[in-house]
Design a protein around this ligand. Structure first.
Ligand SMILES: [Zn+2]
Length: 405
């Protein structure tokens, strides 16, 4: 801001060559203003000058907070200071010395001007004044501290750089996936490979090739969820047994994890979608003893060395003979409790020697090869392992439940 030039009163200067600083030091009469129109145009000139000074300051910006404070104060004082502020000269020279006829209009204009000048009050001005950040070093250092994940809208300066950053909660592995991987690991260690297949399956692979012809009563247990008359949401992972036999032939050692679908109403132990793992071993000279030995080893690995296994006969169309595997109750160690319904045993999977018809469907000669298979529900294992009593909890995506694993 240039200091106002000092012009002595006697200097003859034409009004249009005078600055605002000169004019406020003269009376209206000296300026040749004698009517309302003249007063209004003179005040308009003052307001324009004031606005121009304000605009100049805002457009230039300031390099620091200290400079901002200094410049704001200077502009304010220039106009509003009680002593030697331009407004105080206006009051003294224009308003107080105004001729009677024009005094009311001068008073109105003066009050209006003083109100606009009050808008240049330091705080208001400081808000408008941008911090100039053309300094290269400053720009680099600020850029390094910008927090990309949570920008503060409208703020040019990051607030508190010592605050901790934004941390997203880490997820955990779903209990079903966790148990599935644990079971997979045990069989991978025994030399089995993991094989998967389509969840939308043909009726041929899901039923016919597994020795469940259309008229077989066993279809009733699973005969649900058709996409069309030839396509079904697979009711078990067993179709992949046939697909694997076709793909690899014998000998064959695979486990087959995946989703299955049945027309079950959801309750605490049923869900229309659930997970299975099947195992299939085909080789020469495979006997029921291999089946028993492998599954006993698996049960001890998964549930603990103290666990005993029990095999009891049952029926499946795709195995012959077929069996159910039970383990000694992991809660009461076989003494009998509510979980094992006082029997001391928990049924954990189905198994059996692969039916010769099924081998034939898979393109394997049952005269040369034999095999065993098992199937288990992953949900049931997870429920036993973590003492969960409602299968629905696995599918509700409730973080309070899931974060416990
Ligand atoms: Zn028990």
């Amino acid at each position: 801001m240039c200091p106002p030039p000092t012009i002595r009163a006697h200097t003859r200067v034409r009004p249009y060559l005078m600055t605002i600083d000169d004019k406020v030091r003269k009376t209206l009469a000296e300026l040749g203003v004698t009517d309302a129109k003249g007063v209004e145009s003179l005040f308009a000139e003052v307001r324009a000058a004031m606005e121009k000074e304000r605009q100049e300051l805002v457009s230039k910006g300031v390099a620091s907070e200290a400079e901002r404070d200094k410049l704001c104060k200077a502009l304010r004082d220039r106009w509003l200071a009680r002593k030697n502020g331009l407004i105080s000269f206006l009051d003294e020279n224009w308003l107080k010395k105004a001729a009677k006829e024009i005094k009311p209009v001068v008073g109105r204009q003066f009050n209006e001007l003083r109100r606009s000048a009050a808008n240049m009050e330091e705080k208001t001005l400081a808000r408008e004044l941008p911090l100039r950040r053309d300094d290269r070093a400053a720009r680099i250092s600020w850029a390094a501290f910008q927090v990309p994940t949570a920008p503060t809208v409208g703020a040019s300066v990051p607030s508190d750089l010592t605050l901790p950053g934004y941390r997203r909660p880490l997820g955990s592995i779903h209990p079903i996936t966790r148990v599935q991987r644990e079971i997979e690991d045990i069989f991978l260690g025994l030399g089995f490979a993991i094989e998967t297949g389509p969840e939308v399956e043909t009726v041929y692979y899901n039923f016919d090739a597994l020795n469940i012809p259309e008229t077989h009563p066993a279809r009733d247990d699973w005969d649900t969820l058709y996409v069309d008359s030839d396509t079904v949401l697979r009711t078990h992972t067993s179709p992949v047994q046939i697909r694997s036999m076709e793909k690899y032939g014998a000998p064959l050692y695979v486990i087959i994890p995946g989703k299955c679908y049945r027309h079950d109403n959801p309750d605490s132990s049923h869900s229309p979608m659930f997970h299975q793992i099947e195992g299939l071993a085909i080789d020469t000279d495979i006997t029921f003893a291999d089946l028993k030995g492998t599954l006993d080893f698996f049960a001890k690995k998964f549930f603990g060395e103290k666990v005993r296994t029990r095999f009891s006969p049952t029926f499946f169309p795709f195995t012959e003979p077929s069996g159910e595997v039970s383990i000694s109750c992991v809660i009461c160690d076989g003494k009998g409790c509510r979980t094992c319904k006082e029997t001391g045993w928990l049924e954990v999977m189905g198994c059996g020697m692969v039916h010769p018809e099924v081998l034939r469907y898979g393109g394997i000669d049952p005269a040369k090869y034999s095999g065993w298979a098992f199937g288990l529900g992953i949900e049931r294992y997870a429920m036993m392992k973590y003492d969960i009593h409602d299968i629905q909890l696995f599918y509700q995506s409730d973080v309070r439940f899931l974060e416990q694993f």
